[in-house]
Design a protein around this ligand. Structure first.
Ligand code: NAD
Length: 486
């Protein structure tokens, strides 16, 4: 396979883009990785129409057939792993460690998981009911069940940070349930998703079941959301874009799954094991340059442990080597783009102007090329500051202090977000009680590790709906009730 064939994947065909191509930039070298197709709005509509035309056949297909197709995709992703990893790395700027372990293998795992779930019964048994006679019906025993039906055509619109993983987290459960999809990857790194389309084709996905359109601007995503052929929008990205999509999708009562931004709180109680807390909070620097929606970016520490925690975090930052993502010793690679680096730098300047102190980092690393930001710790932050409220999506941690538990919970809950929070304490029952007070879709106690059986999603402005585990099957289905006289 080449880097990309430069075409869109619509209705099982490779189609020349109507609006030419644009260059995809390697965030570390600033060199062009490849040319991505620039779809027109009409081509976005054609992709949605193709998915609609394919829906009835795919929805009616044997579950075992859908399972086999998903399984073959997983096998081929594994087969082409060594081709994919360098492309994933070049487009995203991820360190080799992240690109090789957290991108293709996680996408494979998702296709394998939903190949298994494609075989699950779609029936939800319900107890019979004894109904009294009414003017409507004569009453008696009424049998019933509910059936999970596919929603229809799903527009899968994804962000730049984990292009294959985010795509797989939508496409695999959507297809398992009998939906068809149009994938619209992020403009910054879409080439690997076009490669994925080649793999899906080789795996024997029927024409129109998977379609991929790409483009540098928001118009084709917006066209999908507006298309009458699209029944559901599954979106992962920023809250600002999610709001626009929600408004447009709401007008046509389209189903929505929204996985949006985060501003993770990490509450560090007086009895916390600080090494555990620092290893968790430090992942904001050490994992994908902080471009993670679930990152524990706000350290909310009891005043009695503040200085100790800050000292340990500063020491940890010293081990986070910034540099060429291809170097095995590099921990922090570049951000995705100059625009994202500018955003991080702008927010940092705002924090300093508001009175925060840079305990470590702050200045742009002195690389010749690439969109780098240094692992940065801001102390003296108060809850009302912009740096405590807005998502950086970069390697920046802010430190806030509290005196009692109620204050810690109030600070943690005091942003519009509610995606992933953390509690660090050696008293896990106390941590559990605090976790239940957090207005956040997910809470980690003494860990930033994930359990992939859990429902994933956000409270408040961090999203609507849940995916992961079996919950993704619920997200991509409609419940249909069927009743009969017993
Ligand atoms: P983004 O919101 O800028 O873009 C996401 C996608 O939306 C891209 O494909 C983009 O082209 C598309 N888009 C932009 N405008 C659109 C419109 N008007 N209509 C339809 N589509 C449109 O996000 P990003 O910068 O790629 O990613 C970073 C954001 O994603 C962060 O806020 C992060 O927290 C969030 N994120 C959330 C999760 C989660 O699971 N909650 C996971 C990863 C990233």
């Amino acid at each position: 396979m080449g880097v990309t064939n430069g075409r869109l994947f619509i209705a099982g065909d490779w189609v020349e883009p109507a609006s030419g191509h644009y260059g995809v930039i390697n965030p570390a070298t600033e060199q062009v990785v490849g040319e991505a197709p620039e779809a027109s709005v009409e081509q976005a509509q054609q992709a949605a129409a193709a998915a609609k035309a394919a829906f009835e056949g795919w929805a009616a297909a044997d579950q075992s057939y859908r399972s086999e197709v998903l399984g073959r995709i997983a096998d081929l992703l594994t087969k082409y792993n060594d081709d994919l990893v360098p492309l994933v790395q070049a487009e995203t700027g991820a360190t080799m460690r992240v690109a090789s372990t957290m991108q293709v293998p996680v996408a494979v795992e998702r296709f394998q998981r939903y190949a298994r779930h494609a075989l699950d019964s779609t029936l939800v048994p319900l107890p019979p009911q004894v109904a009294e006679p009414t003017p409507l019906a004569k009453g008696g025993m009424m049998g019933a069940l509910a059936h999970r039906a596919p929603v229809g055509v799903v527009a899968c619109i994804t962000p730049y940070n984990f292009p294959l993983v985010n795509m797989a987290g939508k496409v695999a459960p959507a297809l398992a349930m009998g939906n068809t999809v149009v994938i619209k990857p992020a403009p910054q790194d879409p080439l690997q998703v076009l490669r994925f389309a080649e793999i899906a084709q080789e795996a024997g996905v029927p024409e129109g079941v998977i379609n991929v359109i790409t483009g540098s601007g928001p118009d084709i995503g917006a066209a999908l959301v507006a298309s009458p052929d699209v029944d559901m929008v599954s979106f992962t990205g920023s809250t600002a874009v999610g709001r626009k999509i929600g408004e447009a999708a709401g007008r046509d009562i389209k189903r929505q799954l929204m996985e949006l931004g985060g501003k993770g709180a990490a509450i560090v109680l007086p009895d916390a094991d600080l090494d555990t807390a620092v290893a968790g909070i430090g992942s904001t620097w050490a994992f994908h340059s902080g471009q993670i929606c679930t990152a524990p970016t706000r350290a909310i520490v009891h005043r009695s442990r503040h200085d100790e925690l800050v000292d340990k975090l500063v020491a940890y930052a010293g081990f986070c080597k910034v540099g060429d993502p291809l170097e095995p010793t590099t921990v922090v690679g570049p951000l995705i783009s100059a625009a994202q680096r500018d955003r991080v730098e702008g927010l940092l300047a705002d924090g300093v102007a508001a009175g925060a102190t840079v305990a470590v980092g702050g200045a742009r690393p002195g690389m010749e090329r690439g969109f780098y930001a240094a692992p940065t710790l801001l102390t003296g932050v108060t809850p009302d500051m912009t740096v405590a409220q807005e998502e950086f999506f970069g390697p920046v941690i802010v430190v806030l202090t509290f005196d009692d538990e109620d204050e810690a919970v109030e600070i943690a809950n005091g942003t519009p977000f509610g995606l992933y929070d953390y509690v660090f304490s050696t008293d896990t029952s106390r941590a559990y009680k605090i976790a239940k007070r957090l207005r956040s879709g997910n809470v980690g106690i003494n860990t930033v590790g994930r359990n992939h059986e859990t429902p994933f999603g956000g409270f408040k402005h961090s999203g609507v709906g849940r995916d992961c585990g079996v919950f993704a099957l619920h997200a991509y289905s409609e419940l249909q009730s069927i009743v009969w006289p017993g």
